[in-house]
Design a protein around this ligand. Sequence first.
Ligand SMILES: NC(=O)c1ccc[n+]([C@@H]2O[C@H](COP(=O)([O-])OP(=O)(O)OC[C@H]3O[C@@H](n4cnc5c(N)ncnc54)[C@H](OP(=O)(O)O)[C@@H]3O)[C@@H](O)[C@H]2O)c1
Length: 260
Amino acid sequence: MDNDQNNGPTVAVVTGASAGIGRSAAVEIARRGVGVIATYHSRPEGAEETVDPIRGLGGTARALRLDVGDTAGFPAFREQIEAELDAVWETDHIDALVNNAGFGGGRAFEEMTEAAFDDYYRVLLRGPYFLTQSLLPLLRRGGSVVSVSSSSVRPGDSELGYSGYAGMKAALVTASRYLARELGERGIRVNTIAPGPTRTRIGGDAFEKYPEIIPGIAAKTALGRIGEPDDIGRVIAFLVSSDAQWITGEDIQVAGGYAL
Ligand SMILES: NC(=O)c1ccc[n+]([C@@H]2O[C@H](COP(=O)([O-])OP(=O)(O)OC[C@H]3O[C@@H](n4cnc5c(N)ncnc54)[C@H](OP(=O)(O)O)[C@@H]3O)[C@@H](O)[C@H]2O)c1
C-alpha cells in the first residue's frame, strides 16, 4: 500500500487511534502518503491530537467515533466511511484496516465475572472479527488487515490475572491466521502484531500512575526498556505497506525481547 504504486488515493482505517499505539500507527501510515480514517471511542480530543500532526505532515485524515464492542453500530459506521471516502478522497475503497482498539488490565480468575469476560470478548475479539467482515466489501484486492494481539499470548509471558485478556488475544491470532487463508483468495493479507508492554494509556493509564512497575518490565526485556508507541506504530505501517506484500498469516512479536 503505497501511494506511488496505485492509481488514486490510498486510505487506511485505524481503530482506537485517539491514543497510544493506534495514534502512532495512524501517523506513521500517513507519513507514507496514505489517507487515514482514525477512530476514537470516548475521547474525540485524543483523535484531534492524531489528526492534527497528520495534517501538519501534509496528509489527509478524518476522525470518526466507533465503539468496537457494539457490532450493531457497524453498518452505520461503514456508511460513514463510504461517505468520507467519497467526499474527502473521491474513492470507494480502503486499502487497509488496522484493528487496534482495545483495553487492558487483568482480573484474577476467582474474581472474573461473566460480564467482565463478555467485555473482553466484545471489544478484543468479536469487535475486530466482525468489523473486518463489515468493511471487507470496501477493502481492495491487494489490501491488508492488521490486528493488534499481545505478547501475553506467548508461552513464557503469563502474568497473573490475564487469562481473560490473553485468551481473547490468542483467539484473535488464530482467527486471523484462518482469515489469511480465506481472504488470500482475494489477494488480501491478514496479520497480527503482538506488542510487549508499551507505554500508553492502557490499564487506566497504569504506566503513568504507577511508574514503579516499569523497571521490572525493563528487566524482563532483552533490549532493557519498556516499549514506546512508535516502536509498534512503525511496524504496523510497514505491515500494511507493499514492502510487506509477501507477509500474511503471521503474528509478529514487537516486544524488544520481552519474556523470552
Ligand atoms: N500498551 C500495551 O502494553 C499493549 C500490549 C499488548 C497489546 N496492546 C494492545 O494494543 C491496542 C492499543 O492499546 P494501547 O496500549 O494503545 O491503549 P490506549 O492508549 O488505552 O488506547 C486504546 C485505544 O482504543 C480505544 N478504545 C478503547 N475501547 C474501545 C472501544 N470499546 N471501541 C473503540 N475504541 C476503543 C481508545 O479510544 P478512546 O481513548 O477514545 O476511548 C484508544 O484510542 C489494544 O488492542 C491493546 O490490547 C497494548
